[in-house]
Design a protein around this ligand. Structure first.
Ligand SMILES: Cc1ncc(COP(=O)(O)O)c(C=O)c1O
Length: 366
């Protein structure tokens, strides 16, 4: 889409388009950065929801220390866009990727996660051959049971093994409490997160006691960060998706204080019955797996079904005046899985298109 569209109003655009409400996103960024700052914790937002350096730079301008990402190729995109401090919160395996990490070290300062010596030793070797040193975080399994070394002796032994190697430097530990995001009772959620973080911080203290300097304790997502930042010993949080917010965070993780900023603008293309409207935005535009999209401004309209290119709305009496050609805006159910379906974000100030950002990290899966 040509940049010449900048300045037009929503109703003048072809649909579907992925829209950011810039005022809301900027307010969410300020709130997340401010909340971390107030509690003396650094903010290292996960970029998987936007994959866009221009947005990462806005986060950094608001106080983020850098970004978290999941892939070497995402880190390369972020570095090319001017981000220096980049946590790749994932295990990096394979000779070509390790070469890319070492090369990245020449123009950025990546940190790579690990949970086994078999990931660390080849990286250290490649880094030595390039004459660089790369920081590492040990990922500890705090209960999510995805990746991560067991807390206690296994974590300590891995720290000691990393400490003996040249080419890599242990910078700290991380753990993701993703299994606790959807606990409904706030007191129970706070308690469980505190216990998880105490486990993580305990690992760091054990490592420090053995004489190894290990500063970073990184954790937290949007569904937990308000609890995680309050846990003693946590030094940074990775919460990212909250800059867009979505019904997954609001309805399933009870995050209330951030505003929906990411929508899809669609058009009614068929009105088969009084109660049914069909939009031009299906699963190839909005991913409904984690949470269904929510219709904006039509309280009694609800998304019933998505097929590849169609979205079927069930209309109540208040919304039955929708007609073919009308635009309908939907809050995407879960930002991460929707962003990756699009080439660009359309950033609106009110109703006016202010910017089109290419989603440069889209398709960066290696
Ligand atoms: C390692 C890691 N950190 C943090 C997050 C939280 O990200 P967000 O705040 O975008 O939900 C995730 C989510 O999957 C994750 O895998």
């Amino acid at each position: 889409m040509p940049q010449s569209l900048v300045g037009v109003r929503k109703h003048e655009l072809d649909t579907p388009v992925l829209c950011i409400d810039l005022d809301r996103m900027e307010s969410n960024i300020r709130k997340m950065a401010g909340f971390c700052r107030e509690h003396g914790v650094q903010w290292r937002p996960h970029e998987k929801c936007h994959k866009t350096p221009a947005i990462a730079l806005k986060e950094i301008e608001a106080g983020a220390i850098g970004v978290t990402c999941a892939k070497v190729s995402e880190a390369e995109v972020m570095a090319a866009g001017g981000v220096r401090d980049i946590l790749i919160a994932n295990m990096i395996v394979g000779p070509r990727k390790l070469e890319r990490v070492a090369a990245l070290r020449r123009w950025a300062d990546p940190i790579v996660a690990c949970d086994h010596f078999a990931q660390v030793q080849p990286l250290a070797e490649v880094c030595r051959s390039h004459g660089v040193e790369v920081r590492m975080l040990i990922e500890v399994n705090v209960g999510l049971d995805r990746v991560g070394v067991s807390p206690g002796r296994d974590t300590l032994e891995l720290a000691q093994a990393i400490d003996r190697l040249k080419g890599v430097k242990l910078a700290g530990i991380m753990g993701y409490e993703g299994h606790l995001l959807q606990i409904a009772d706030p007191a129970e959620k706070a308690q469980k997160i505190r216990e998880n973080m105490a486990l993580l911080v305990g690992c760091k203290e054990q490592i420090a006691k053995s004489g190894i300097d290990c500063g970073i304790v990184s954790a937290g997502g949007t569904g937990s960060y308000q609890y995680t930042v309050k846990c003693p010993g946590v030094t940074e949080v990775q919460a990212g998706g909250g800059i867009f917010m979505d019904p997954f965070y609001r309805l399933k993780c009870q995050v209330q204080e951030l505003d929906y900023a990411l929508t899809v603008l669609a058009t009614v293309v068929s009105r088969p019955t009084l109660e049914r409207a069909v939009l031009d935005a299906g699963r190839k535009t909005m991913n409904p797996d984690v949470a269904m999209p929510v219709v904006v401004g039509h309280d009694d309209a609800e998304v019933k079904r998505l097929s590849a290119e169609h979205c079927e709305l069930k209309l109540g009496p208040q919304s039955q005046n929708l007609k073919i050609g009308d635009q309908v805006e939907l809050v995407v159910g879960y930002g991460d899985f929707t962003t990756v379906l699009h080439d660009e974000f359309y950033g609106f100030r009110g109703d006016r298109l202010e910017v089109i950002w290419p989603i440069l990290g889209r398709g960066k899966l290696q």
